[in-house]
Design a protein around this ligand. Structure first.
Ligand code: ADE
Ligand code: ZN
Length: 330
């Protein structure tokens, strides 16, 4: 089955570029940029990836990104991910970036997005992986900060297609960001939102009704609300689920307790993604492998998940059909 998963064409729709920093590259950049990491070695850093909840991960995620500083660094970080993705038969990716975690360190918005964009273009021509970029606002910061960030982003509007919302979920509901999402929609951007990861099902409803999210990132806690599940199934709202992330951040104790199979059985448009791969122990194929083993998924189930990943993407209908046409009959 692992071989079947490896050769399956797929899209990855929930991936934070800051969360793809491998410890080896972190140490290389720390030396180059004269930053001291709070770890003695690569092994030490990896050993620290033992999280009690979302916040304990985010603390390390924001601290580690301090080593990424120049346009070249953002390029190298992005290209390293895209090479991994290409090797796993990822044909298309929709990548989040968190500009506020860089502008807060006095790195200009343009440095970040130009470095990332250069790598995306290289991957398209040299690796055959297409990508889109989604600007994600940090929900633990104010809406004012998000509005300011959106203004900084507008001169680069051709380089990203949508906006999202991530970081510490509890206590920072989607309703806090209605104005900035209204503005982004008015400007023609696509809208997604992290909701129902650690936060309650009500945050998913808010993301849909107040932010007009077209896709929910995570969304696993929808299973606590039968009416919400019925709605998500009826409207075929895509959910970008990240199984290894959910177990590592203790949303579920073990993979067999994950709701993914029940979500599929409820007719939800579920996709499988890696979130922040080195932190959670695997890229997209390792996520497929983990759920295949936990739920004894069939080839049909796996093909369905891969098909969902293209269906749920922001590709054109024509592009989606072309990629879906490359899936095995199963
Ligand atoms: N930023 C990076 N990964 C995240 C996650 N899983 N949830 C919220 N914010 C994030
Ligand atoms: Zn995420």
């Amino acid at each position: 089955m692992d071989e079947f998963i490896a050769q399956l064409p797929k899209a990855e729709l929930h991936l934070h570029i800051e969360g793809t920093l491998e410890p080896e590259l972190a140490f290389e950049l720390a030396e180059k940029n004269q930053v001291t990491l709070p770890f003695k070695s690569v092994d030490d850093m990896r050993a620290a990836y033992n999280f009690s909840d979302l916040q304990s991960f985010l603390d390390l995620y924001y601290a580690s990104i301090s080593v990424v500083q120049t346009e070249e660094d953002f390029h190298d970080l992005t290209l390293a991910y895209l090479k991994k993705a290409a090797a796993q038969n990822v044909r298309h990716t929709e990548i989040f970036f968190d500009p506020q975690s860089h502008t807060a360190r006095d790195i200009p918005f343009g440095t970040v997005i130009n470095g990332i964009t250069a790598a995306l273009q290289e991957a398209q021509t040299e690796l055959g992986v297409s990508s889109k970029l989604i600007l994600s606002f940090l929900r633990h910061l104010s809406e004012e900060s998000a509005l300011e960030t959106f203004q900084q982003a507008l001169p680069f509007r051709e380089q990203f297609i949508g906006v999202g919302l991530d970081s510490s979920e509890q206590g920072h509901p989607p309703s806090k960001f209605v104005n900035v999402f209204d503005e982004a929609r008015r400007e023609g951007f696509r809208v997604v939102c992290h909701a129902g990861e650690e936060g309650p099902p009500e945050y998913i409803t808010e993301a849909l009704d107040l932010l007009h999210a077209e896709r929910i990132d995570h969304g696993v806690r929808c299973m606590e609300d039968a009416a919400l599940v019925a709605r998500l199934a009826e409207e075929q709202i895509p959910l970008t689920v990240c199984p290894l992330s959910n177990v590592r951040l203790r949303v579920f104790k073990t993979m067999s307790e994950h709701t993914l199979k029940r979500m599929l059985d409820a007719g939800l448009l579920v996709t499988v993604n890696s979130d922040d791969p080195p932190y959670f122990g695997g890229y997209v194929n390792e996520n497929y492998e983990a759920i295949q083993k936990a739920f004894d998924l069939s080839r049909d189930d796996l093909v369905k998940l891969a098909r969902n990943s293209f269906t749920a993407s922001f590709l054109s209908d024509e592009e989606k059909q072309k990629l879906i046409g490359e899936l095995p009959e199963s």
